[in-house]
Ligand binder design. Structure first.
Ligand code: NAD
Length: 336
């Protein structure tokens, strides 16, 4: 039986894993702390580890895991920027992920954030609870007729684009690997990156974090954006240079910013810090802007997505035990 150690788990992870179809075929230890080189000694008898977005599997951590007898790293997420795949390959470790659990969950959250921010729903909610029925300062804009720039038209970006088309927005897209048939079907227009930045009333990021895309939005690229544009980032925090983002907000160049991810989220998100003095000055500065709305990496967090994450992950771990091929699209590094 494959024994798997799960890291950075919360009660909801445990609840969904317990209900997964092949859960009974594997032996599971749940850990609430994260997997890093400092905690790699905690795998016990496990020959597989299961990790999430903020576990850090660098070369050192992977070497320690290999020494302890681990052969499989199963990511219960789609992004894999936190695992050194080259090191895994040279150590003979297999790496699998959940390639698509619910692109709808993330795309719908991106649009929800934008709607809430633009129509100031979060502020109106607090006012009404205090019996303040004034509308001063709550004016938004119609999405109808606005130009939305979608950067990255993979699984999530495509659905986000389709939702914006439903509002009758003009949708521009940029992706080095475009999907022309899909674009024609939904009347989405591909363009180059610079034109998208210069034309978007709203720019929404749906591309992966890689060394090439890190700080895609920085002082220089922000300067190419329309004055008053809104930015939505539900992809990865490091796509945006936070220092420059704060400057753009202070100068009023950006009209609004909706974030589900943050450059330094590893130290904050998925934990209750409500009784702590936050030490991250850039994050607290972001919170101080009335035109910034932040959620703590919850775009994926739907019943459908959690069910699929648990199903695919337990399926991969069970298949590993049986020597069967992993679920289609999950393999990042095959076993040698
Ligand atoms: P995907 O692999 O299906 O699509 C990514 C697209 O980005 C691809 O079409 C690729 O060609 C394109 N791309 C790559 N480099 C680019 C560049 N420089 N400029 C423009 N496009 C580029 O991925 P997906 O499933 O759509 O997910 C997108 C991202 O969303 C993931 O990488 C992950 O970081 C993020 N995500 C966030 C959450 C959340 O809860 N907030 C959940 C899932 C995924």
């Amino acid at each position: 039986m494959t024994s798997v150690a799960l890291y950075d788990t919360k009660p909801y992870d445990q609840q969904y894993f317990l209900q997964a179809p092949r859960y009974n075929e594997i032996s599971v230890q749940f850990h609430e702390f994260r997997l890093t080189s400092e905690t790699a000694a905690t795998t016990g008898e496990a020959n597989a580890v299961c990790v999430f977005v903020n576990d850090r599997l660098d070369a050192n951590c992977l070497a320690l895991l290999r020494k302890k007898g681990v052969r499989l790293v199963a990511l219960r997420c789609a992004g894999f920027n936190n695992v050194d795949l080259n090191a895994a390959k040279s150590l003979g470790l297999a790496v699998a992920r959940v390639p698509a659990y619910s692109p709808h969950a993330v795309a719908e959250h991106a649009v929800a954030l934008l709607l809430a921010l633009n129509r100031k729903i979060h502020r109106a909610y607090n006012r009404v609870r205090e019996h303040n029925f004034s509308l001063n300062g709550l004016a938004g804009f119609d999405l109808y007729g606005k130009t939305v720039g979608i950067i990255g038209t993979g699984k999530i970006g495509k659905i986000a684009a389709q939702i914006f088309r439903g509002f009758d927005c003009e949708v521009l897209a940029y992706d080095p690997f475009p999907s022309p048939e899909w674009a024609a079907r939904f009347a989405v227009r591909y363009t180059d990156f610079d034109t998208l930045l210069a034309s978007g009333d709203i720019v929404s990021l749906h591309l992966p974090l890689t060394p090439q895309t890190c700080y895609l939005l920085n002082a220089e690229t922000f300067a190419q954006m329309k004055r008053g544009a809104y930015l939505v980032n539900t992809s990865r925090g490091e796509l945006v240079k936070t220092k420059s983002l704060i400057e753009q907000l202070k100068s009023g160049r950006l009209g609004g910013v909706a974030l589900d991810v943050y450059e330094e989220e590893e130290h904050l998100f998925f934990q209750d810090h409500s009784a702590d003095v936050l030490q991250d000055d850039e994050f607290t500065r972001l919170l101080s802007f009335p035109n910034v709305l932040i959620t703590a990496h919850q775009a994926f967090f739907t019943h459908e997505a959690l069910t699929e994450i648990a199903r695919v992950t337990t399926e991969n771990v069970a298949r590993f035990n049986e020597g069967e091929p992993f679920v289609e699209g999950s393999v990042l590094v095959a076993l040698p």
